[in-house]
Design a protein around this ligand. Structure first.
Ligand code: SF4
Ligand code: SF4
Length: 263
């Protein structure tokens, strides 16, 4: 049985209200597909070109109100689903992940965790090369690198909109009474936006890279949140997307926490 047949069966039986997957887009690209009728399941494809993290749709009101949905899921989509469960944004009973070639049903958080334990995470070569360069820089050089990159930002917010962990209904960036962060694209405002975003994602980023892929000017913005995630892992031993039962490291307190940041 392939993904299309499985989707058809799930929709016909009423087991799920929709299948969130990919379909053929333009120029060989893939785009998200939301299939609600069994006879439309033939639109679905699932191959190497399917890069977008579809978990970002699970928190949209239009999807939430459907009830249980199936979602074709690569490993980073599975990590995002677990993290969304940990943050009480997705109910376990409302998601059926279709992993592997799209036919492996993972119906519970435990099944997802076990499946992830068998798949290794590997960064693309370009990311590895930039991270390697950054690791050799001192603090001033890293600051200059990011200031240079962020100065190119056009404030389109595609990075925010593509991120499965940016699900707030009302983002501070869109708030104009008061205007916390300038709307215009300029050095200081860009820096403010990205600092706020990086801190909000510290320890929550599941390292899917979608924000970087979405950036129209090619800023490797995902590496900033990767770095924050690595810091949280180093300091607190937690990995975002590893479990549906994770406390958020930056909003919990334990008496034996390290307090080296207090001077
Ligand atoms: S890599 Fe980017 S899009 Fe993916 S979870 Fe992290 S911040 Fe969000
Ligand atoms: S996607 Fe790129 S250009 Fe758009 S706001 Fe994010 S960093 Fe800036």
């Amino acid at each position: 049985m392939d993904l299309r047949e499985k989707s058809r069966q799930l929709l016909e039986s009423g087991d799920v209200k929709a299948v969130i997957g990919y379909e053929q887009g333009t120029m060989g690209a893939r785009r998200p597909a939301f299939v609600k009728k069994a006879e439309k399941a033939d639109r679905l494809v699932f191959d190497e070109a399917c890069a977008q993290n579809l978990a970002t749709y699970l928190t949209r009101p239009e999807i939430r109100k459907l009830g249980r949905v199936a979602i074709t899921a690569r490993p980073d989509t599975l990590r995002a689903i677990l993290q969304l469960m940990a943050e009480r944004q997705v109910k376990e009973e409302n998601v059926l992940a279709l992993a592997g070639d799209g036919t492996v049903e993972l119906a519970s958080a435990q099944a997802i965790e076990e499946h992830l334990a068998t798949s290794a995470k590997e960064l693309p070569a370009r990311d590895r090369e930039i991270l390697e360069r950054l690791s050799k820089m001192d603090r001033a050089q890293r600051w200059a690198f990011w200031q240079g990159e962020l100065s190119r930002c056009v404030k389109c917010y595609a990075c925010r909109n593509s991120c499965p962990m940016c699900y707030c209904g009302h983002c501070t960036m869109d708030c104009n009474r008061p205007q916390w962060v300038p709307v215009a694209s300029h050095a200081l405002g860009n820096l403010e936006y990205h600092m706020v975003r990086a801190m909000h994602l510290a320890g929550r980023c599941v390292e899917c890279g979608d924000c970087g892929r979405a950036c129209p000017v090619g800023i490797p913005i995902h590496l900033l949140t990767f770095n924050c995630e690595e810091s949280v892992h180093h300091q607190f031993g937690q990995r975002a997307g590893a479990s549906s039962k994770l406390d958020y490291a930056l909003s919990t307190f334990r008496p034996d926490d390290k307090e080296t940041f207090i001077r």
